[in-house]
Design a protein around this ligand. Structure first.
Ligand code: PLP
Ligand code: ZN
Length: 412
């Protein structure tokens, strides 16, 4: 039994029954799941959570699921102390939350596992989504596991490396010749006509809840406390707001102390509408036309941009943008100091972290948790120039000859 009671409008507070609906009829603002925290608090405890499964479903009491869950084994990914990268950047307590290690290699599995569980409860037989690539893979995989049909709508310029990892689960794949914002608008029209469970449209309130588990896990893995600083990427801005909500809920339930975490969001300079608004002190996020190789987060008109902006400001955090060149350097730095190959979005976060430390926003001894939300094999092209093997004949002489040449040619 779940403690979710209603859906509540984030703006006007009107309440709705728990169903497949994402916008308030009165003010068109997003709806979010509203819980009975009093009853929840009586039931949850550190002991209960830690004796649960090593997946997001250890936090089941804090999620909106009644029935059998659809689970691929998502979550409880490593949080590792990054001593080498920390030394390089000038941080003594840098932790990396490695969500590259989820079943379909991105954090989206968290959100989708919860949304598909609800889709089943609501009786949908077909799932769908608008995606920049990662969500499509996750939806297709969960549909396969749940025995449901799936339609995934993608931007036609999605990285080719992502395509097989979507198609292999056998969804109906629709490549749309347009931007993500156009794909999303199209899906908004399709959802009105077909009775499908659109993971990031009519099921969005539940999809949003899954991302809270990133906040839960980081706090648990740090020994039940919230970090001083968090750096996370933003596309629609939803993930960023939900990491914070996860921390706030743990605090509300008395599982951690008060949350004094500074929340910093990172975007690619070629698509940074939220950062732009933060920097000019505006409350309004003005849409932009994306132009970046970080395609997973190329959303020009972010649905939760306003709320992400609010979290960054209210938490005493910030926002920063990095160029494509900087993000590529960030991907390489992460791989070459910590042995983690994250996708272009990870490069954005690492390059953003570097800037935040260099500018003194994040201080040397602050405990900082950085979110790596997708795996590098999805965007290999971004760093393809690293492949420069020594070509030799199958003889020791050839190896030594080429090695000698390389030494002579290599600087230092
Ligand atoms: C790897 C990765 N990180 C972060 C995000 C940002 O998610 P959100 O739209 O919740 O801001 C996405 C979105 O697609 C993503 O694919
Ligand atoms: Zn409303």
């Amino acid at each position: 039994m779940s403690y979710a009671r209603t859906l509540r409008c984030r703006k006007c507070g009107r309440e709705y029954p728990l169903g497949p609906v994402n916008l308030c009829d009165f003010c068109f603002s997003p709806l979010e799941v509203n819980y009975d925290y009093k009853s929840m608090a009586k039931d949850v405890s550190v002991e209960k959570i830690t004796s649960g499964p090593s997946s997001i479903w250890r936090y089941r009491d804090l999620l909106p699921a009644n029935d059998e869950v659809v689970d691929l084994g998502t979550g409880f990914t490593p949080l590792t102390l990054a001593a080498n990268l920390g030394r390089e950047l000038g941080l003594t307590q840098l932790y990396l939350k490695n969500d590259c290690l989820n079943p379909t290699y991105s954090f989206k599995d968290r959100a989708v596992s919860v949304a598909v569980t609800k889709a089943q409860e609501f009786g949908f037989t077909t799932l769908a989504c608008a995606s920049t690539g990662n969500l499509a893979a996750s939806v297709a995989a969960h549909a396969a596991k749940a025995g449901l049909k799936a339609y995934v709508f993608l931007t036609s310029d999605v990285e080719p490396e992502k395509l097989v990892g979507i198609a292999v689960y056998n969804p109906t794949m629709v490549a749309v010749e347009g931007s993500y914002d156009q794909v999303n608008r199209l899906c908004g029209k399709i959802v009105e006509k077909y009775h499908w469970g659109f993971i990031n449209i009519n099921l969005r309130p539940y999809y949003a809840e899954g991302s809270k588990t990133l906040g839960f896990e980081v706090a648990e893995q740090l020994g039940w406390r919230s970090p001083d600083c968090i750096v996370a990427p933003a596309a629609s801005g939803l993930l960023f707001t939900r990491i914070y909500k996860g921390l706030e809920e743990l605090s509300l339930l008395g599982l951690i102390g008060s949350v004094n975490t500074h929340m910093y969001l990172a975007q690619a300079a070629g698509c940074s509408p939220i950062v732009n608004a933060f920097q000019v002190g505006s409350q309004h996020v003005h849409p932009v036309r994306p132009n970046t190789i970080a395609k997973s987060i190329a959303i020009g008109n972010p649905a939760d941009g306003y709320y992400a902006l609010r979290v960054a400001r209210q938490s005493g955090g910030g926002a920063c943008a990095v160029t494509d060149e900087e993000l590529v350097a960030g991907m390489k730095l992460l791989a070459q100091t910590e042995g983690i190959f994250a996708e272009a979005v990870g490069g954005v976060v690492i390059a953003g972290l570097k800037k935040l430390v260099a500018s003194g926003m994040i201080k040397r001894d602050e405990l900082t948790a950085v979110f790596l939300t997708g795996a590098g094999l999805k965007t290999q092209e971004a760093v393809a120039d690293v492949v420069q093997p020594l070509l030799i004949q199958p003889t020791p002489e050839s190896f030594e000859e080429v090695l000698g040449e390389q030494k002579i040619n290599s600087p230092g």
